[in-house]
Design a binder for this molecule. Structure first.
Ligand SMILES: [Zn+2]
Length: 351
């Protein structure tokens, strides 16, 4: 295993950022290669601790000569966001300098050729970081971007073109749900990882063996040793299932038994008033149409001071907020409906 340090120039003299990259060389250049990164949203740490638990498994596999395809690991992909604190609160989702989401604005290449990436030498530090992450990741058969939600189940965003071919991966990882998306106009890292292959010839696109996913490892507070261990085992099983690592002791994953739904089925449930949230439901709950999801106390102690929110259709609660204060129009939760959402706001990639 080789460790190298990436350096990203800051936006002023005397400021630069660093992050380590770990590379395991494969012994078979026909085997699938893999790229894993975590904490692009710098405060989302379940994937970071999962990678920490995965590394000894990879080191052991290498010592036993079982790593077939090359593996590139970036445990903390965003040193810019990692350093951002505002009045004592960590701010890892948006770049404070540009107010741009760290998981938006990735260049969407028409073909998988990193020489076509824009020159960001005169751009901002977050743009330089995005370009560098794509240079590191494009060309790998398997690209996983490890995130987490606010409070939630373990789920994947997957491009429809990779489904159901990726069902073995979802089963290997043991996630609860898969949300399928079609189009990315905002430039998520996942979109930038898959869009260049959309119009490629079949031998380049290789959608039968390609894996790209935004992995939502539950909620922001689910940074836990036992979960990290089981998530690392899930990642390891995926790498074995796809032939990156050889491990005869491991059974092939069975079919995926979790929820699979298109993005258009997700109801985002905006809060009708600002106030304190009393939730009736938690992630994983199945709800009937008309079930009460939450009550917003917007005028405490007053008659009519409560606003209730009901399920517009039957489905399963995928996520909810970890904090209980909310403004009018902010999303209370994500409901994976059994059918297409009637709310036109829904259906956007919300990782
Ligand atoms: Zn995220």
């Amino acid at each position: 295993m080789q460790k190298s340090i990436e350096r990203i120039a800051g936006d002023s003299e005397g400021v630069s950022y660093e992050f380590p990259v770990f590379r395991f060389e494969g012994t078979d250049n026909t085997a699938s290669s893999a790229y894993l990164q975590a904490a692009l949203h710098a405060g989302e740490l379940p994937g970071v601790v999962a990678i920490d638990a995965l590394m000894p498994m990879l080191t052991k596999a290498q010592a036993e000569g079982r790593i077939k395809g090359s593996i590139t690991i970036v445990p903390q992909a965003n040193p810019v966001g990692r350093a951002q604190y505002h009045f004592g609160e960590h701010q890892g989702r948006f770049h404070l300098g540009t107010r741009t989401n760290f998981n938006r604005g990735f260049p969407l290449l028409a073909v998988p050729d990193t020489s076509l990436l824009p020159d960001t030498a005169l751009g901002t530090a977050d743009q330089r970081l995005k370009t560098r992450l794509l240079q590191l990741s494009i060309g790998h058969d398997i690209v996983l971007d490890l995130h987490c939600d606010d409070e939630g189940l373990a789920y994947l965003y997957v491009h429809t073109g990779l489904w159901p071919a990726m069902a073995d991966c979802a089963a290997a990882m043991g996630v609860d749900a898969v949300v399928l998306w079609d189009e990315d106009t905002d430039g998520t890292f996942e979109g930038a990882s898959i869009m260049p292959y959309q119009n490629a010839s079949a031998d380049v696109a290789r959608f039968d063996r390609r894996v790209a996913a935004t992995v939502e490892y539950r909620g922001i507070l689910d940074v836990d040793g036992a979960l990290a261990g089981s998530d690392a085992e899930g990642l390891y099983r995926l790498l074995v299932a796809r032939g990156v690592i050889a491990d005869q002791a491991l059974p092939a994953p069975s079919g995926f038994a979790g929820i699979v739904a298109p993005l258009e089925n997700i109801d985002m449930m905006p809060a009708p008033r600002a106030g304190a949230i009393l939730y009736d439901v938690k992630p994983g709950d199945r709800v009937a149409k008309g079930a009460r999801l939450a009550t917003i106390i917007h005028a405490p102690g007053e008659a009519g001071g409560r606003a209730e929110v009901f399920a517009p259709q039957p489905g399963v609660i995928l996520t909810r907020r970890s904090r209980r204060i909310i403004r009018t129009g902010e999303d209370l939760l994500k409901l994976v409906g059994d059918k297409k959402s009637a709310d036109a706001r829904s259906g956007t990639l919300e990782d």
